[in-house]
Design a binder for this molecule. Structure first.
Ligand code: ADP
Length: 414
């Protein structure tokens, strides 16, 4: 095939030859010039042709290089996408238009394996009825759907979405997300709201009932009158305490809640608390002793004061005779505070429950104390927020010891 530069060379030599013929009459010179011009033209044409071919090859190489780079980038994107899908915490599956599994990531494979479901066709899902129903409905209807299903002890959100190509059903995408924690939190919140409503209603009903009786019975004796007034006062106080504790809880439940930490001398703080609580023990004729080892801690002083006071208040309230003792001392990397009493004690089976919100072992006694049933749950929350811990040692009628641990500052900060 004659390339473009070769053509130019030939045309140029023909033109040159024509011009020479017109310009000179000497046949010898004509012959010589003809050979010269033709040779030059051919050499020029060949040189141009070689250059042209080199450029062509260079262009082709460039194209091939770019193509390979694009392919490489595409393969990399594919690989990244595969890794992303494979490592997703949600289960991801693809079914084709015949209901055959074409893909399932690790989370999906693990879940199906746990449910002892094979992963070949949609029919295999029958081994787990709720999962099969959630997916099959969408597959048959060729419509996106969303279901919340219980799979074993977990709750899953199943999202399905059909795939179409030129309006033709090609298959189904299935995404399965574990929402157990979310459901638990939702349930916990619902229960808490119900408990709060109940707790608020009880003192409010007592206040309203007493006030109504006082209004209706105008000829009450002084002692009857005082009794109703006393109830109103006590229940209003309880309401006040409940609302105050609820406010503390709602503040501490916030994600952005932060302790206001300062360096605090523990013997000083303990002394402050024992001074406040002296009268609680004295009023009940209980002996009280306190012993505290020197240490400076980086803590939220107000919150830790609340912890110590709450433990002392409970000890006073749930002890009818004997004594209460407070001991503060260094134990390993912690400062430990023990509040021990010789009171009614707590059965072992209740130990876990008493730290739950509104849980009371002895409902009547707790109400009588004006307690909200939130004290220990607040204490536990404060202690955990300080990276500490809390434990109870107790038996029914054997007294109780509540122990809290707060971390000591790192040696370089002491
Ligand atoms: P409350 O306001 O009812 O005292 P808390 O959360 O402080 O609420 O305590 C929860 C429950 O734990 C109490 O109702 C009580 O039954 C039990 N309890 C707490 N401290 C003591 C204690 N020192 N001795 C015996 N029982 C206790």
């Amino acid at each position: 095939m004659i390339k473009k530069p070769m053509m130019f060379g030939m045309i140029a030599s023909l033109w040159s030859f024509g011009l020479i013929l017109i310009w000179t009459q000497n046949p010898l010179l004509q012959g010589f010039l003809f050979i010269l011009v033709t040779t030059l033209s051919i050499v020029t044409a060949l040189t141009l042709n070689e250059r042209y071919q080199k450029r062509e090859t260079w262009h082709q190489e460039q194209l091939e290089y770019r193509l390979s780079k694009t392919q490489e980038a595409e393969e990399k994107t594919h690989e990244q996408l595969d890794t992303l899908v494979e490592t997703l915490s949600s289960g991801f599956m693809l079914l084709d238009y015949e209901g055959v599994f074409t893909m399932a990531n690790k989370a999906a494979r693990d879940l199906l394996q746990k449910l002892t479901v094979k992963q070949e066709t949609i029919q295999d899902l029958k081994a787990s009825k709720p999962l099969y129903e959630a997916i099959y409905q969408s597959f048959i209807a060729e419509k996106p759907q969303r279901h919340q299903v219980r799979l074993g002890d977990l709750t899953y959100d199943i999202q399905t979405s059909p795939l179409f190509q030129a309006k033709l059903f090609m298959g189904l995408i299935v995404i399965m997300s574990d929402i157990t924690q979310l459901k638990r939190a939702e349930q916990f919140q619902k229960q808490f709201t119900a408990d709060v409503t109940h707790e608020l209603k009880t003192p409010l009903s007592a206040i309203l009932g007493s006030a109504e009786l006082m209004l209706r019975h105008t000829h009450m004796t002084k002692s009857e009158h005082d009794e109703f007034l006393d109830t109103i006062f006590k229940e209003a106080k309880r309401l006040e305490k409940l609302i105050a504790d609820l406010l503390i809880i709602s503040k501490m439940d916030r994600i952005d809640y932060e302790l206001k930490k300062t360096t605090v001398s523990m013997p000083d703080l303990i002394k402050e608390c024992t001074e406040t609580s002296q009268s609680w023990f004295a009023n009940k004729g209980l002996a009280f002793t306190e012993l505290s080892e020197a240490a400076d801690l980086l803590i939220d002083k107000d919150k830790v004061r609340q912890v110590i006071l709450n433990l002392l208040r409970n000890a006073a309230h749930y002890t009818d005779q004997g004594s209460v003792q407070l001991k503060g001392y260094i134990e390993g990397a912690f400062y430990r505070i023990d509040v021990s009493d010789t009171g009614i004690g707590i059965a072992k089976s209740e130990h876990e429950n008493i730290f739950k919100r509104f849980y009371r072992v002895d409902e009547a006694r707790s109400r009588d104390s004006g307690g909200s049933g939130l004290g220990l749950s607040i204490i536990k929350n404060v202690v955990l927020k300080h990276q500490g811990k809390i434990e109870v040692t107790s038996e029914r009628a054997q007294g109780s010891t509540f122990s809290v641990w707060f971390p000591l500052p790192a040696p370089s900060h002491r």
